[in-house]
Design a protein around this ligand. Structure first.
Ligand code: HPA
Length: 270
């Protein structure tokens, strides 16, 4: 695809780093990228054909950098996407998956997808971290590209799931697990829709991740997904919900989230 080649060529002209691992940082979760050393920050708007994210809390940057050297003594190159294009902005899946396609074109093999999500399961509370074990695509749309017709049975990589569980245990962090259900948005769900999602098997609800995960798998990457539960889903509390609350809880739970993610990234690059 010409668009992708032009985007890759632009990025190659800006950095020599060749990360094997990329992370998409969801709503209010971009701070982790500021911790990288030797950063090269690329504004999405400068990358040819890149769909610039529009939502508040999604700055829209690609940050190449290195995590501080791990115990192995090696610095680990990472590509962080701060912010992501959402389906409700354009209604086009190719725009949503552009960052993942770009990462694959740049040689990335491991994709970590993070998001802010509403807790549907009664075992989830605001501030919880949830490892995504499976997904339900309630956007009811999928990519048409013929090369992507084969659907992987397991979207989320079993070895990365084990790695994340092990890291959380070692660091004394509580890591819940569940199925992520994506809706198209942009408005939040009704109470009746949340009941439906629960009956269908969804533990958390959000407006991203499912297409990115599927595309990453189909492009041969290993995928890990982590949700930060920022609110109880509609109908589970009398409080009205807002995007500001999502950003506020994301900021509060940031330390825990960053600790987990940094350790996972370090282990992945050993
Ligand atoms: N619903 C959909 N998307 C979300 C939510 C929610 O409750 N919280 C954060 N993103």
């Amino acid at each position: 695809m010409k668009e992708l080649s032009e985007a890759i060529a632009y990025i190659r002209s800006r950095t020599d780093l060749r990360p094997k691992t990329a992370v998409v940082l969801g709503s209010g979760l971009g701070h982790l990228a500021t911790k990288l050393n030797n950063k090269v920050v690329i504004d999405c708007s400068k990358v040819p054909h890149y769909p610039v994210p529009q939502v508040e809390g999604h700055a829209g940057q690609l940050i190449f950098g290195e995590l501080p050297p791990s115990r192995s003594g090696r610095a680990s190159p990472i590509l962080a996407f701060v912010g992501r294009p959402h389906y409700y902005e354009s209604g086009e899946i190719d725009r949503v998956t552009f960052p993942v396609q770009l990462a694959a074109g740049l040689g990335v093999k491991n994709m970590i997808l993070t998001n802010a999500a509403g807790g549907v399961s009664r075992w989830l509370s605001p501030g919880d971290l949830m490892l995504i074990t499976g997904q339900i695509n309630l956007m009811l749309t999928s990519s048409k590209s013929p090369s992507e017709l084969r659907t992987p049975t397991r979207v989320y990589d079993p070895s990365l799931l084990s790695l994340a569980r092990g890291v959380a245990q070692r660091e004394g962090l509580t890591l819940k697990e569940g199925v992520y259900c994506a809706v198209a948005g942009p408005s939040y769900e009704t109470a009746a829709e949340i009941q439906m999602i629960w009956r269908l098997g969804g533990d958390a609800v959000g407006m991203s991740t499912v297409h990115e995960a599927m595309t990453a798998r189909r492009l041969g990457m290993r995928v890990l997904g982590i949700s930060l539960i920022t609110n109880l889903a509609t109908g589970l509390t009398s409080e009205p919900m807002s995007h500001e609350d999502v950003i506020r809880v994301a900021r509060t739970a940031r330390k825990k989230f960053e600790k987990l993610l940094t350790r996972i990234l370090l282990f992945m690059s050993w």
